[in-house]
Ligand binder design. Structure first.
Ligand code: THU
Length: 131
């Protein structure tokens, strides 16, 4: 399996999703060669759950990385097509990653779709000082 997908699968295996039973994993590849994992982490109070993409990005920033350190993000789920990120994650990826970051969407069948934050959220909201 290709390295990016292998790392996303490692994140997927760490999912805590007893309510939806829909595991998702994300692996951010940094310019320094390291990978930051994120999984979806759910809660009995359902809206408090966090998606894999946001878990990974918040973890990267919490470790001191910045948007310009990010090369790509690979996201995986057991879906019948490459996973499609939710609207909230599209908004967060739009702000916290460069607009042309490679977003690799995949599934356990190995189907792959490549996209970017700009393509996933056309005409996205951003404050003036961050444009
Ligand atoms: N989920 C993600 O982690 N990422 C996505 O791109 C789509 C949805 C999670 C949220 C919830 O824990 C579960 O998948 C089912 O919606």
């Amino acid at each position: 399996m290709e390295k990016n997908i292998l790392e996303a699968k490692k994140a997927y295996d760490k999912s805590y999703s007893p309510y939806s039973k829909f595991a998702v994993g994300a692996a951010i590849k940094m310019k320094d060669g390291s990978y930051i994992h994120g999984a979806n982490i759910e809660n009995a109070s359902y809206p408090l759950s966090n998606c894999a993409e946001r878990s990974a990005l918040f973890s990267a920033y919490s470790q001191g990385y910045k948007k310009e350190d990010i090369l790509s993000i690979t996201i995986i789920a057991n879906d019948d097509r490459p996973i499609s990120p939710c609207g909230a994650c599209r908004q967060v990826m739009f702000e916290l990653m460069p607009k042309d970051t490679k977003i690799i969407l995949t599934n356990l069948k190995g189907e792959v779709k490549e996209t970017t934050p700009d393509e996933l959220l056309p005409y996205g909201f951003i404050l003036d000082n961050d444009k």
